[in-house]
Design a protein. Structure first.
Length: 225
């Protein structure tokens, strides 16, 4: 017995059947839940077993917290406590340092010590080293050996290899079919379908050996060859 469509609740026949999201749909009814945009097996996004387009796919949003007077009071109290802790830690850290008075006499003593240090450095004996000796070796003449040019051997181009034949299951079309969507393929009765991938009990993907086109096709229009 043919099941009903999940969107319009009408009977779905095998030619127009599409099984997705654990439901059965008409191909024309398989559209976005919000805007009604027609979807395919490659363009839909499922959410709660309903199809959506990329624009209207539901996303998770964060809830903003209301800035009430109570929340403002708690935030201000937390800020004051943090400032008090910072000041207390700063005072404890400064207890280990000794403060040096910065007056005129202290600065004069520092400058006198600096001048004495510079004077002692200038009067210290210098380490005088003789200049390094320079050695100029005699020039050498280089005579390169004669070279003979030998052309490289000709490169033999390998013969082009043909793609290996398909070894998967082969199907033969029992009816003519005209593609109804851009992701489907058309074929004639008797065409051979190769590179087959079964999607569900109503549709599959494959390549028409005669034309080389690859896409979706109804399973009830072909049989195993």
């Amino acid at each position: 017995m043919n099941p009903p469509c999940a969107r319009c609740k009408k009977t779905v026949y095998p030619v127009e059947k599409l099984t997705c999201l654990d439901k059965t749909w008409h191909k024309a009814c398989f559209s976005c839940q919000e805007c009604g945009l027609k979807l395919t097996m490659k363009t839909y996004k499922g959410y709660n077993k309903l199809p959506y387009c990329n624009t209207h796919y539901p996303t998770t949003r964060f809830t903003s917290v209301v800035d009430t007077p109570e929340n403002k009071r708690l935030a201000k109290q937390t800020m004051q406590q943090s400032e008090l802790v910072y000041r207390k830690d700063k005072i404890e850290a400064l207890k280990g340092f000794t403060q040096v008075p910065d007056d005129v006499s202290t600065r004069q003593a520092q400058r006198s010590g600096q001048l004495a240090s510079n004077l002692g450095y200038q009067t210290a004996p210098q380490d005088v080293r003789p200049p390094p000796s320079t050695y100029n070796p005699p020039p050498q003449q280089y005579h390169p050996p004669p070279q003979t040019y030998q052309p490289p051997p000709p490169v033999v181009q390998p013969a082009p290899q043909l793609p290996p034949p398909s070894t998967g299951p082969r199907y033969r079309a029992v009816y003519d079919y005209v593609a109804a969507d851009e992701d489907e393929i058309s074929f004639s009765e008797g065409d051979i379908i190769i590179d087959v991938t079964v999607i569900d009990d109503g549709w599959m993907e494959g390549r028409v050996q005669r034309t080389g086109q690859y896409g979706m096709l109804p399973s009830n229009y072909v049989e195993k060859a």
